[in-house]
Design a protein around this ligand. Structure first.
Ligand SMILES: Cc1cc2nc3c(=O)[nH]c(=O)nc-3n(C[C@H](O)[C@H](O)[C@H](O)COP(=O)(O)OP(=O)(O)OC[C@H]3O[C@@H](n4cnc5c(N)ncnc54)[C@H](O)[C@@H]3O)c2cc1C
Length: 397
């Protein structure tokens, strides 16, 4: 039985970020148990660190500054100088501009696989963190106030124990089930089709979100001059797009975006992600915390899921550090409940914002369409509301 202060199950984007935050306090011993192989320096994907790109908000950038990782992340990320939200065939649009908001960028776009390699490299280099890869947790239990984890790797069975167990094992968390925490699931009956594309017009640091009759196309500027495309559509349409010949896929893309973009080229093949909202009814128990997608899995339309998780992870790390500072148990349920309560407002705001955006633009109705056009134009003309949206997008509220 190997003993740690904290065992994190799931070395995805959130579990790895939390480990680095916890390790900021000297003397802590942390284990990450991750089912997938460690990210390789020469490429390759694992479930969390795949070909998707994530728009990192300014609050996330700030968190990585504190971890000493920002200069490296900045090298592999592209700033978002402008955001434009529009609807096909309607005149209203919302434009956000970094210079108008008085900031360097509204966010930064980075490929998950790159971020994963960086986070893994930083964890592997930190003596406080043991990263157990290709190791799957089979069961958990509690004995004498300690959280015990039984896991399996190629060599056989491993037993770990810690005063705090963090389940960061994704949207369909088996630990959430083992903790007997119920969750509320809503199926959007939508999928995201994700790939990288390039147009003959340079991206000029512009991000776009375009609503087209129940489908949403988001384009994020990437550091290699291509754009990350996230095309949200019904499951049947998504599979059709995934199977379409490259030329047909690009034709449909061009048709939805209009001629101003020039010629499109595909850089990667499309991958489909089913979209649901899964919210755990409880995020903490004595000695246990649900974090990341295991706690709340959101629609990616607002690009806020990971950014929200980073703010959760920072708050959890502060709670653990404060407990240890006063010689108390990091798994003490009262302190974990305070953490959970402290995160409620931010989580509720981002969940509602993401959900409303999906519903508002998902309904294809002529009157509603006009109202949306009007709303977007008013939004564009009203500096206060734009600043509010910009602050929300930047994770600065
Ligand atoms: C299409 C799309 C686009 C997105 N874009 C954005 C964006 O622009 N901005 C943003 O902020 N967010 C975005 N998100 C959300 C973001 O991707 C998630 O918030 C983030 O991936 C959550 O990471 P996680 O580590 O909690 O979970 P995951 O990424 O699911 O990682 C869970 C990890 O746990 C491991 N695991 C599972 N079970 C076990 C077990 N039993 N034992 C050991 N290990 C286990 C898995 O192998 C995996 O590595 C997007 C999401 C999608 C789907």
């Amino acid at each position: 039985m190997t003993e740690y202060d904290v065992v994190i199950v799931g070395g995805g984007m959130v579990g790895a970020t939390l480990a680095l935050m916890l390790a900021q306090r000297p003397g802590l011993r942390i284990a990450i148990v991750e089912a997938a192989a460690a990210p390789r320096a020469d490429g390759g994907f694992q479930p969390s660190f795949d070909g998707r790109s994530t728009a990192l908000s300014r609050s996330t950038a700030q968190a990585f500054v504190q971890l000493g990782l920002w200069s490296e992340i900045r090298r592999y990320s592209n700033p978002i100088g402008h955001i434009e939200v529009s609807e096909q065939g309607r005149w209203g649009r919302v434009r956000l501009d970094a210079a108008e908001e008085g900031v360097e960028a509204l966010g930064f776009v980075m490929e998950n696989a790159w971020l994963g390699r960086l986070l893994y490299g930083a964890c592997a280099a930190d003596a406080a963190i043991d990263w157990l890869s290709e190791c799957r947790v089979q069961s958990i239990d509690t004995a004498a106030g300690m959280q015990r984890v039984q896991a399996q790797d190629a060599q056989g069975e491993l037993l770990l124990q810690a005063r705090l167990l963090v389940a960061a094992d994704g949207a369909h968390s088996s630990l959430r089930a083992a903790m007997q925490v119920a969750s509320d699931t809503f199926d959007y009956t939508q999928c995201a089709v994700v790939c990288n594309v390039e147009s003959s017009e340079a991206h000029a640091d512009r991000a776009y979100e375009r609503f087209c009759h129940g489908e949403v196309l988001a384009l994020l500027p990437r550091v290699d001059a291509s754009r990350a495309l996230i095309w949200t559509a019904s499951p049947a349409r998504a599979r059709e797009l995934e199977r379409a010949q490259e030329g047909e896929f690009l034709r449909q893309l061009g048709q939805r975006l209009g001629p101003a973009w020039g010629r499109w080229r595909a850089r990667t093949a499309p991958v489909v992600y089913p979209l649901q909202r899964i919210i755990a009814r409880q995020q903490v128990q004595a000695g246990r915390v649900l974090l990341g997608n295991a706690a709340h899995f959101l629609h990616p339309v607002a690009g806020q899921g990971f950014n929200l998780c980073v703010r959760d992870a920072a708050a959890l790390a502060r709670t653990v550090h404060a407990q240890l500072e006063r010689g108390a148990d990091p798994g003490e349920v009262a302190s974990l409940r305070l953490y959970e309560q402290g995160r409620q407002r931010d989580q509720a705001m981002i969940t509602t914002f993401s959900d409303r955006l999906v519903r508002l633009f998902g309904v294809d109705h002529v009157l509603l369409s006009h109202l949306r056009s009007l709303g977007m134009s008013l939004f564009d003309l009203t500096p206060g509301s734009k600043t509010l949206l910009a602050r929300l997008s930047m994770g600065a509220l």
